[in-house]
Ligand binder design. Structure first.
Ligand SMILES: Cc1ncc(COP(=O)(O)O)c(C=O)c1O
Length: 464
């Protein structure tokens, strides 16, 4: 447990959420750290949520919160969208697992293909982690090579091949010969697996070219809007350079659109930037808030999963819940709404408004924080000492990996989340994500909660 100290905020928080405290006491005896996802860990205890609708959710105490977790990004339409609820209820009464092919999986795949023209063939999985795991394996079979290139600070799920270097500290010398993931020892991951991974600094095309020449990798995988959902932003010019370079050097380009897919644009970051990757991993919004993922891409590469294929090696792909009908029903219903383009526009617009108003607040209160981000993502950067933003395309510290993706004192991050919860707002760590259900009223409440949170953090001596 990190040692944390924020006595005033903690006392108010314990007083406000007594039922959650009781539930957590039991949870601690069941789950490591009392939680079922590392990101939900919070000191002195997390809040427990019973019910949610639109942009709001209600805790075990009945306290109403503005929600910026939006189902870890899966709920672009907000909680319990009527079309999704109706589709899932109808399907639950028909069958939850036919143990057979079913028509909805076809409708689901067609909906994906309409929005992602690069999805010539696809296979459904149960999560984003499984989709990127499949991407790497397909790329290895199709290319006959084994090494994988990834950017430092990019998260692609928690399987052995790609979890190394998802978090700092990072190797800072971008001119050093790009080398194996061995520089990123990861508990539980073998040396052999690490040595098949090559980690390169983000936004440095020359480093990518050097790494390709040296390691002859099967593929390059990336979060196209930047590591940790844009914490260290990537922009179109760099992405176009990557597309050209990987095509010239015959390296399979994989866009991990688990979070950006259907969110930044109905056709994901590839739709927004008009770039066609070779393979794409999708999840989250894909399944309308239920579990589900998929790997999609070029038909010739996806042949790696077919029984008789030109590579002479088949990738085995079973999975009890692949394309399960509840997720398919939710996905088909959600993607029909996404296809109108309205949800992305609304979520992006409300996030831009929130970033703008928070920066005005930080300036008004002389708080050394800044808000930045693009699309429907909002990042909070504490201890900021650079120039104030002059527009919404502002990137602090010129996009420095070390400065933007750094660890803060755990007291600050835990205290900040608790302080925001006291103001009726649940933020996603030092960040937030909007849905199309978020409104100007949510923005007002969030700015007011941040105003009070700054005072509370100052009272506990965690902010100047
Ligand atoms: C870019 C990216 N890839 C992969 C994953 C893993 O997806 P899942 O949590 O569904 O396994 C995530 C999850 O947040 C993600 O953001």
């Amino acid at each position: 447990m990190p040692s944390v100290s924020f006595p005033k905020i903690e006392a108010a928080y314990r007083d406000r959420f007594p039922e959650s405290a009781k539930l957590y006491e039991t949870a601690r005896r069941l789950f490591p750290n009392g939680v079922t996802h590392d990101g939900r860990f919070l000191l002195p205890f997390p809040v427990y949520v019973n019910r949610a609708e639109g942009s709001r959710k209600w805790t075990a105490e009945g306290r109403e919160l503005v929600d910026y977790w939006v189902g870890h990004g899966s709920l672009l339409l907000g909680h319990s969208h009527p079309a999704v609820v109706e589709a899932v209820q109808r399907q639950a009464a028909l069958c939850t697992h036919p143990g057979a092919c079913h028509e909805l999986e076809i409708r689901w795949a067609e909906a994906v293909q309409r929005l992602f023209p690069s999805a010539e063939r696809m296979r459904f999985t149960n999560s984003g982690t499984e989709a990127t795991l499949m991407a790497v394996r397909v790329a290895r079979i199709a290319s006959g090579r084994k090494k994988v290139l990834k950017f430092a600070g990019h998260f692609h799920g928690w399987h052995d091949s790609l979890i190394p270097a998802a978090d700092g500290p990072y190797q800072s010398d971008s001119n050093a010969a790009p080398d194996a993931g061995r520089d990123y020892p990861t508990p539980g991951v073998t040396e052999g697996t690490l040595s098949d991974l090559v980690v390169i600094p983000p936004n440095d095309l020359a480093a990518v070219a050097r790494a390709i020449d040296k390691h002859q990798p099967a593929c390059l995988i990336l979060e196209a809007t930047g590591g940790h959902w844009g914490t260290v932003p990537m922009r179109g010019e760099f992405l176009r350079g990557l597309r050209q370079l990987t095509r010239d050097k015959n390296v399979i380009l994989i866009f991990d659109e688990v979070i950006t897919g259907f969110r930044v644009h109905p056709g994901g970051s590839q739709g927004h930037y008009e770039i066609t990757p070779d393979l794409t991993s999708l999840a989250k919004i894909l399944a309308g808030g239920l579990p589900g993922g998929c790997l999609a891409g070029r038909a010739d590469l996806m042949q790696a999963i077919e029984f008789d294929n030109p590579f002479g090696r088949k990738m085995k792909h079973p999975g009890t819940y692949n394309a399960n009908p509840l997720s398919a029903a939710a996905g088909v219903a959600a993607l029909a709404v996404v296809a109108t383009g309205e949800p992305c526009r609304q979520a992006n617009a409300v996030a831009a408004q929130l970033r703008h108003e928070l920066n005005q607040l930080f300036a008004r209160k002389s708080a050394n924080w800044v808000a930045y981000g693009e699309f429907s993502g909002i990042k909070f950067l504490p201890e900021y000492d650079g120039p104030r933003p002059d527009g919404d395309d502002f990137i602090p510290y010129g996009g420095s990996l070390e400065k933007l993706d750094r660890k803060f004192d755990p007291s600050l991050s835990h205290a900040f989340r608790c302080a925001m919860l006291l103001g009726g707002v649940d933020v996603f760590g030092l960040g937030a994500m909007t849905s199309s259900a978020h409104s100007a009223r949510d923005v007002d409440q969030t700015v007011a909660a941040m105003d009070r949170a700054i005072d509370l953090l100052r009272a506990d001596k965690l902010l100047r």
